[in-house]
Ligand binder design. Structure first.
Ligand code: GLC
Length: 713
C-alpha cells in the first residue's frame, strides 16, 4: 500500500502514549479534548463541526508534537444538510447509481463543515420491523444491501479519498446487529455460522472489497461473544480471511459495555478484550486511555498489537490526505441545499416511494379539489426521519406546501386530523370530516413520526400509531375516496388500511423534498417505481417474515388458512401454516405497483446447462402495456432445488431498472456464473453444487417467468 513508509516513519517517532492517543475518539470539543489533542493523546473526535472542528483540528496540526491531524466523524447517514430518504427508502429505489450520487452530495456538504469521516453505510441485514434501526438499513436481502452499501461507500469516498469533498466511509454495525432477538435494540443475536456468512457478513465483505476505509463493531453479542470483543469476526474473518487493512472503531461505549454484557470483569478487562479482538479505536469510553499502557508494560498485550492498530488509524489519515489538507473543504460550504442537491433529493425520494395499492384512483388530475388531512401532511421535521443531525426542518418542503403550490390554494383544503402521529385524541376529526366533505378526494398523510424509529426506538406493535385508523374511518364515512400516503421508518401492518382506502403510497421518511416528490407522483407528473426492500407482514405475529425463506419439509399451504372445528376430518392440514393468517406477507419483497402495466414474456436461456466455468445468459422481453411511461425493476431470482444444505425458495441475483414508454418493449438480459450460485456448506466452504436450478425473471419475489437450468461438471 502506498503510505506504508510514511506510516512507519511516523510510528517510529511516536511514544506509547501518543500511539494510544491515536486509538481514542471522544465526543465533542471541551477543554479536556483540547488538552488531550495538544498533548497528542487524542486521534479523533465526533460530533464537532464548522469553527469548532477547525479549531480542534488546528490544535492537532499546529500545537501537538507530531502534528498528526484528527479524524472528525459524524453520522451523515442519509444526507448532511440536504436530507435524502432514510436508507431503507433509498434501498426501495433499487437504484444504486442514484444512491451513490446522494452519498456524494452528503460527503460534499459534510466536508464543508470539516467532517472527514461518516459513520455510514449501515448495512445490517434486517428482517424484523420491530427493530427501530431497520430504518437505517438497506433491508432484508444481502444482494440488495450489498449493492446499496457499496454504492454509498463509493459515493462517500469517490475515486480519490484525498479529494476535498471525499470523506471516509464506515461499514456498520459489524456484525449481526440486525438479528437482535425479538427486535429489541442492543439485544443478543444468535446466528449460525452458515447464515452469518451467507447473509449477515455478505454486505460487509462487499463493502470491504469496495474499499470502505473503516468498519464499526456493534453493540450486540453474537453467539455469546460481544462483537466489540469478537476475535472470530474481527481478526479471523475481517482482518484475516478478507485481509482488511482499514480501521475498526467501536460503536459508542461498546468496549466498556462488555462489562454489562458480563464478558469483561472491568474496564481493564474490556480494554484487553477489545484491542486483542481487533478494535483499533475506542469511541466515547476511555478504557484504552486508562489501561492500554499498563497492559503493554505488564506484557498482557504486545507493542505489535498496539502498532498494528495505530498503523490502521494512520493509514486512514494518509488515505484521506489529511497531512496535506486537514481542514474543511471551504468550497463546499456554499453548496448546502444547493438547487442540484435538492433536485437529486426530489428524484431519489420519488424513486423510493412504493405504490402498494391503487383501486383505479391514482394518479389524480390537477383539476381535483383535495382535502389534505393528517399529522404527516405538513410536518417538516418528521418527514426527515431518524438520524438527522444537520438537516433543518426549515429547508423541508412538505406535501401540503407542494400540493398547494401545484394546484393552487383554492383547490386545497387542509385539516390536521390528529395533533401528532401518535395522538389518540379525536378532537380534530370533525374539522377533518368537514374538510373532506368539500373535496373530491381526501389525501390522508399517515404513519410514524421520526421518533418511532432509529436507535433504541423499537416497537412491539407495528400498526399505524395512535388513532390514525379511526381518522381514516371518519374520512371514509364521508363517502369521498381516500388516498393514504404513509411515512414510516419500517414496514407497518397495513391490512385494515388497505381495505379502507383507494390507494396507498408508501414514502418511508422521504427527506427534505418529500413534498414535491409525493406531489409529482400523486398527480401523475411522475410514475411510482419503488419496490419493497423488506417484506410487509400481515401481523406482527408473523415476524420475521422474509422472501428468501426455506421450504421446510411441509411447505406452507397456498390455501387460505382455516381454523379447525375440532373434528378429526378438518382440512387444516399438517403444513407449516398458521390457522389464523395467510403465511405470506401482505406485501412481498420486490413488490411495487406502477400507473402502467408491464408484460413479461419469452424467457430465454443461452443454454439448458452450464459448467462451473461458464456463463448463463437469461433474457426476457418486457413491454409497457399501459398508458403511462414508467420505470420497471426487472428482478432475477434463482432457486437451488437440492443442496448439501437446505436452500432458500428464492434468492435475488440481479435487477435492472428500465424505463419504457407506453407500448415500448425491451429485452433484458442477466448473466449468471457458478459463483453466483454458491453458498457456504457445513464445512464453511463457499461452493456451488451441481444440480438443477429454477430461475425467474420477475417483477417481484412472488411470480414472474420461470425456467430451469442445470449446473454440471
Ligand atoms: C450510536 C450508533 C452508531 C453511531 C454512533 C455514533 O450509538 O449505534 O450507529 O454511528 O453511536 O453516533
Amino acid at each position: 500500500m502506498q503510505y506504508e513508509q510514511q506510516i512507519e516513519a511516523l510510528l517510529a517517532q511516536m511514544t506509547l502514549a501518543e500511539k494510544i492517543g491515536q486509538m481514542r475518539q471522544l465526543h465533542g470539543t471541551g477543554e479536556n479534548q483540547k488538552n488531550l489533542v495538544r498533548e497528542g493523546n487524542l486521534g479523533s473526535v465526533l460530533n464537532v463541526i464548522d469553527a469548532e472542528a477547525h479549531e480542534i483540528q488546528r490544535l492537532a496540526v499546529e500545537e501537538s508534537r507530531l502534528g498528526i491531524p484528527l479524524l472528525i466523524g459524524r453520522d451523515v447517514i442519509h444526507g448532511f444538510r440536504t436530507i435524502f430518504p432514510i436508507p431503507l427508502g433509498q434501498a426501495a429505489s433499487f437504484n444504486p447509481d442514484l444512491v451513490r450520487e446522494a452519498a456524494r452530495v452528503a460527503a460534499r456538504e459534510a466536508s464543508g463543515a470539516g467532517i472527514n469521516w461518516t459513520f455510514a453505510p449501515m448495512i445490517d441485514i434486517a428482517r424484523d420491523p420491530r427493530w427501530g434501526r431497520i430504518a437505517e438499513s438497506c433491508g432484508e436481502d444481502a444482494y440488495l444491501a450489498s449493492l446499496m452499501g457499496v454504492a454509498m461507500v463509493e459515493g462517500f469516498q469517490g475515486d480519490d479519498l484525498t479529494a476535498p469533498e471525499a470523506i471516509a466511509a464506515c461499514a456498520k454495525h459489524y456484525v449481526g446487529y440486525g438479528a437482535s432477538e425479538n427486535g429489541r435494540d442492543y439485544n443478543t443475536a444468535w446466528i449460525p455460522e452458515v447464515l452469518l456468512r451467507d447473509v449477515y457478513l455478505a454486505p460487509f465483505q462487499a463493502a470491504a472489497e469496495a474499499g470502505a476505509a473503516t468498519f464499526m463493531s456493534a453493540f450486540n453479542d453474537l453467539n455469546g461473544v460481544p462483537t466489540s470483543g469478537n476475535e472470530f469476526t474481527l481478526r479471523q474473518i475481517l482482518k484475516g480471511e478478507w485481509a482488511y487493512a482499514g480501521m475498526v472503531v467501536s460503536d459508542w461505549a461498546s468496549i466498556t459495555e462488555m462489562i454489562a454484557h458480563g464478558y469483561a470483569a472491568d474496564a481493564r478487562d474490556a480494554a484487553l478484550k477489545g484491542v486483542t479482538a481487533g478494535v483499533d479505536m475506542e469511541m466515547a469510553s476511555t478504557s484504552y486511555a486508562e489501561y492500554l499502557a499498563e497492559l503493554v508494560e505488564s506484557g498482557a498485550i504486545s507493542h505489535d498489537l498496539i502498532d498494528d492498530a495505530v498503523r490502521r488509524v494512520l493509514r486512514i489519515k494518509f488515505r484521506l490526505g489529511l497531512f496535506n489538507q486537514p481542514y474543511a473543504n471551504a468550497a463546499a460550504a456554499e453548496t448546502l441545499v444547493a438547487p442540484d442537491h435538492l433536485a437529486l433529493a426530489r428524484q431519489i425520494a420519488k424513486e423510493s416511494c412504493v405504490l402498494l395499492s391503487n383501486k383505479e384512483t391514482l394518479p389524480l388530475k390537477q383539476q381535483t379539489k383535495v382535502a389534505i388531512v393528517g399529522p404527516l401532511a405538513d410536518h417538516a421535521a418528521d418527514q426527515l426521519g431518524c438520524w438527522v443531525f444537520d438537516g433543518k426542518p426549515e429547508d423541508s418542503q412538505t406535501p401540503l406546501q407542494a400540493i398547494r403550490g401545484l394546484l393552487g390554494n383554492e383547490q386545497v383544503v387542509f385539516a390536521q386530523g390528529l395533533a401528532e402521529a401518535r395522538s389518540t385524541d379525536d378532537g380534530l376529526f370533525d374539522e377533518a370530516v368537514a374538510a373532506a366533505q368539500t373535496a373530491d378526494v381526501v389525501l390522508a398523510f399517515l404513519g410514524e413520526d421520526a421518533g418511532l424509529s432509529g436507535e433504541a426506538h423499537s416497537r412491539a406493535f407495528i400498526d399505524l400509531p395512535g388513532a390514525q385508523l379511526a381518522l381514516v374511518d371518519a374520512l371514509v364515512a364521508t363517502g369521498k375516496p381516500v388516498v393514504a400516503v404513509v411515512m414510516a421508518g419500517r414496514s407497518l401492518v397495513l391490512g385494515e388500511l388497505q381495505d379502507k382506502v383507494q390507494a396507498i403510497l408508501y414514502a418511508w421518511h422521504p427527506g427534505t423534498m418529500a413534498g414535491p416528490a409525493i406531489a409529482d407522483l400523486l398527480f401523475g407528473l411522475d410514475n411510482p417505481s419503488g419496490r419493497l426492500p423488506i417484506s410487509f407482514p400481515r401481523t406482527v405475529g408473523q415476524v420475521p417474515v422474509y422472501y428468501n425463506r426455506k421450504n421446510t419439509g411441509r411447505p406452507p399451504s397456498e390455501d387460505a388458512p382455516s381454523i379447525p372445528t375440532g373434528t378429526p376430518l378438518d382440512p387444516s392440514g399438517f403444513t407449516s401454516s398458521y390457522l389464523d393468517v395467510d403465511h405470506r406477507p401482505l406485501f412481498a419483497f420486490g413488490y411495487g405497483l406502477s400507473y402502467t402495466t408491464f408484460d413479461y414474456r419469452n424467457i430465454r436461456l443461452s443454454s439448458p446447462k452450464i459448467g462451473f466455468d461458464q456463463t448463463l445468459s437469461i433474457s426476457a422481453t418486457i413491454t409497457n402495456t399501459g398508458n403511462y411511461a414508467g420505470a420497471e425493476v426487472v428482478q432475477l431470482y434463482i432457486r437451488d432445488l437440492v443442496g448439501s444444505m437446505t436452500r432458500p425458495i428464492k434468492e435475488l441475483k440481479g435487477f435492472q431498472r428500465i424505463a419504457l414508454e407506453p407500448g415500448q418493449s425491451q429485452e433484458v438480459t442477466f448473466e449468471l456464473r457458478s459463483a453466483d450460485l454458491s453458498f457456504h456448506n457445513n464445512a464453511m466452504q463457499k461452493i456451488a453444487e451441481p444440480g438443477e436450478f429454477h430461475v425467474w425473471v420477475a417483477p417481484n419475489s412472488l411470480g414472474g417467468l420461470q425456467a430451469s437450468f442445470e449446473l454440471g461438471a
